[in-house]
Design a protein around this ligand. Sequence first.
Ligand SMILES: NC(=O)c1ccc[n+]([C@@H]2O[C@H](COP(=O)([O-])OP(=O)(O)OC[C@H]3O[C@@H](n4cnc5c(N)ncnc54)[C@H](OP(=O)(O)O)[C@@H]3O)[C@@H](O)[C@H]2O)c1
Length: 393
Amino acid sequence: MSALVWRPGGPQCAIRPPRPSGAQSARERSGEDAPARAAAFGALLRRAGGAPYETGTTAVRNLAIVGATGAVGREFCALLRARRFPVQALRLLASERSAGQTIEGLHGPAVVERLTPEAFNAVDLAFFSAGAAVAREFAPLAVRAGAVVIDNSSAFRMDDEVPLVVPEVNPDAARRHRGLLANPNCSTILLAIVLWPLHGLGRVRRVVVCTYQAASGAGARALAELESQTREVLAGRPPRPEVFPVPCAFNVFSHNTPIGDDGLNLEERKLILETRKIFGDESIQVVPTCMRVPVMRAHTEALAVEFVRPVDAEQARAALSAAPGVRVVDDPAHNRFPTPLEATGCDEVLVGRIRQDASIPDRRGLQLICSGDQLRKGAALNAIQIAELLEGV
Ligand SMILES: NC(=O)c1ccc[n+]([C@@H]2O[C@H](COP(=O)([O-])OP(=O)(O)OC[C@H]3O[C@@H](n4cnc5c(N)ncnc54)[C@H](OP(=O)(O)O)[C@@H]3O)[C@@H](O)[C@H]2O)c1
């Protein structure tokens, strides 16, 4: 059976020997070794993600997807299918609302089962995408039953015992897991992928980031709401918000998560805290403003980055072009830059409008934008890549 299997009380799951315990080295924290590590991991990703697995791959596992009927859950099924992820048996789990429904599984239509504490018997690997409350209740049960869990919710992301992983940035963190790993927030993943190669060039001191987030980032019902509201408005009828607090069709509004005493909404706080944890650098200042826009799928972010050391726009373009998980789309002559439409369905995060920020002296400032499919790299793909990292396939 798979080398991924983790047993409670047993050794930590690791294909390669785990690194000595302790935090990242000063060199890692400064980001100076980012290009070399990114290049090494790029080779792994190209092999794992660039081409489908070869038939007959031996690393076969019993898999479960919790939240299989949701926006992320369906993306898991589509990606596992497309990548021919080696699976022996797949359990599609959701609430009793959808139990018995048929959805597209790995090999055609498959029946959804109700999530119960017993659902993880003989499961090796469980992808969770059913929100924080479900994760808090069921992820520990799955781990206790012997599964490795990769959770998409915010439930465990800031837990010191739980690695928060973007494989292109901090793959080593994954190898220190104790059965449970967390996928970062979707906006954080896009930011981290783009910022990491730049951190290696000039060490990021501060980044001001404005997000333009798609409706599907709030789930399948939110996506349906944008579709139906768009039709209603075009038909001359008033839109009726149900998922979002205000109409989302033909509108732009502040992110729909609760706002704390510090004035930050939850999404903004995630960007700050998760970026620091992934980079292993508590000194990075992240200054976010998160917005929703009437886009079906793929988030866009505008970044203004301040560095400790000078970074030329050309240097940044070259580093981003060489970085795994990134595609530079930067054609000022034709005004062609990343868009959510172009990013939809892509594995890479698109980056462009790379330019010097003249308001910061000594070439220590850059501005750029990026677009990335938040259901894919911002959720399901990143989680699958974490699993691939553990397996070393
Ligand atoms: N959407 C994104 O772009 C995105 C990106 C990154 C992370 N995430 C995170 O991923 C998770 C899922 O998001 P989503 O957008 O896929 O949401 P979604 O479309 O609303 O889907 C939620 C899924 O969870 C299931 N579920 C809800 N309550 C449940 C319960 N009590 N027991 C079992 N299953 C339950 C639902 O099943 P039913 O069909 O039975 O209701 C559905 O399959 C969330 O934690 C979200 O924050 C989402």
